[in-house]
Structure formats: structure tokens, C-alpha cells
Write a protein that binds this ligand. Structure first.
Ligand code: URA
Length: 248
């Protein structure tokens, strides 16, 4: 027998809209009073009305004529471009500025799952789903991250063994790196798959074998690959199947 679908959680409309960044509780109450909120074709009269937060809500509820933003939990797959930072605090343009402006005021807040350096591009996940974030970064999940590195000097052929050994020590660290897999793509290009997320790890690994990374792109997280049709700076909402593929 198939399991019954879990019951959608209920929320007050004013709280839901405020948490999605549409304004303060007072501002969203005002939106309702100005007949800007419509549910199933009917103008909502009471900002304290309870609504079920189901996946189909954005198709049923409009705010100022536009479909409601996707409620939490929300996970975004982005092709991070160069020259943007992943941290809310670091100076410079951030990945959050590539998303709709209102989303910066969402509660729970969106955060990147791990970080890519300002000069690294590629697959980045951004989520407001705390348990999912922790599951992806937890060492127990063994989610591998794959990078394509372009190097300043030709590879010698010895790097793969050094990286696979599980004994490489990075400067200033107490523990050796877990084994990593290197595949050569050309004289100065390689694919590196790692299972940890230490600070500047890929650049420091190549520095440890006497080389220098001139370009770095992440193209895979677990079983999820960055598709060629997503241009740098573009993003989309991750589907439940893609979410599961990360751990496959
Ligand atoms: N390793 C790095 O050195 N930089 C990144 O952005 C990601 C992994």
C-alpha cells in the first residue's frame, strides 16, 4: 500500500508573505487590504487566514498579479560566474545578488552549500534547508566534488599518486588530506575529485606539488552535474530528483 502524502504545514498568510520577503507584517497586511493577494481566484480579505504551504501554492496564490515566490524549503542550482563571492559578509558582488532582490529578505535565509572562491566558477547549491545543507557537507555523506583545473605548468604524471595516497599534508594543517582522484585531461588540465572542503583546497593541493592553478571550475557535486545549457550567472530551482541524485 502506498504511503499517504504528508500533510502540508499551515501558516498565517501575513507571516508567510513576510518570511518570503514581501515586507514587514504591517506591509503585507496592507498588501492584503489593497486587494493585492488572490488565492484560487478569490481576493484574500483576512491577512491572518491560514494557508497550507504545499508545492502547488505558487500556482494558486498571486501577489500583485504575480505567482507567489517558492516557499521554503528551497534549493537553487547556480552556475556561479567568476568575480562574485559566496559570503554575505565578504566585500564585492555576491551570488545572492544574482537572485531576485526580495529573496535576500527571506526567513529562513538562503546560504550557499560550501563556498567557491571569487575566482572559481561552476556548480553551486544555495539553500534555506538546514538539514539538507548539513547532509551535503557532512563527511559521513561522502559527497564528492569534482573540479576542472587549468594549470600554469605541465603536469608531471606523479600528481595522481600523491593525491590518491591519503597522506598529503597541506601547509598549516594537522591532518593529511583524504585520498583524491586525479584524471589528466591534457598537459595543463586535469579533473580532480575530492571528498573534503578545506579552505582553497584544490589550489593548495596543486601548490603542494609545485604547480599553480590558473583557472578552476566545479562541474559536479555527488551525482549532480552542471549541465552545459546553464550559462555562468544563470540558476534554477533544484528538483527533488536532482536533490536525491547528489547522494546516489
Ligand atoms: N578549492 C579551491 O581551491 N577553491 C575553490 O573555490 C574550491 C575548491
Amino acid at each position: 500500500m502506498s504511503k499517504p502524502a504528508p500533510k502540508a504545514p499551515m501558516a498565517r498568510l501575513d507571516r508567510l508573505l513576510a518570511n518570503l520577503g514581501y515586507g514587514s507584517r504591517r506591509e503585507v497586511t496592507d498588501l492584503v487590504a489593497r486587494r493585492q493577494v488572490v488565492l484560487d481566484g478569490v481576493v484574500v480579505q483576512d491577512s491572518g487566514a491560514k494557508v497550507a504551504i504545499a508545492a502547488d501554492l505558487p500556482g494558486r496564490l498571486t501577489v500583485s498579479g504575480q505567482p507567489l515566490d517558492p516557499p521554503a524549503p528551497l534549493t537553487i542550482l547556480m552556475h556561479k560566474p567568476l568575480d562574485v563571492v559566496c559570503s554575505h559578509r565578504e566585500p564585492g558582488r555576491s551570488v545572492y545578488e544574482l537572485l531576485p532582490h526580495r529573496w535576500r529578505a527571506r526567513i529562513p535565509a538562503l546560504s550557499s552549500i560550501g563556498r567557491l572562491d571569487k575566482d572559481t566558477s561552476g556548480l553551486l547549491l544555495i539553500t534555506d534547508d538546514g538539514p539538507f545543507l548539513h547532509r551535503v557537507i557532512s563527511p559521513r555523506s561522502h559527497v564528492a566534488k569534482r573540479y576542472v583545473a587549468t594549470l600554469d605548468r605541465p603536469l608531471t604524471g606523479a600528481e595522481a599518486e600523491v593525491f590518491a595516497a591519503g597522506s598529503l599534508m597541506l601547509e598549516g594543517e594537522k591532518d593529511p588530506l583524504a585520498p583524491a582522484v586525479l584524471e589528466l585531461l591534457g598537459p595543463t588540465q586535469a579533473r580532480l575529485t575530492i571528498t573534503e572542503g578545506r579552505y582553497h583546497q584544490v589550489r593548495r593541493m596543486f601548490a603542494a606539488v609545485g604547480n599553480h592553478v590558473t583557472a578552476l571550475r566545479r562541474d559536479r557535486i555527488g551525482g549532480l552535474e552542471l549541465s552545459a545549457d546553464l550559462a555562468p550567472g544563470a540558476w534554477r530551482i533544484l528538483t527533488p530528483d536532482e536533490q536525491a541524485a547528489i547522494f546516489a
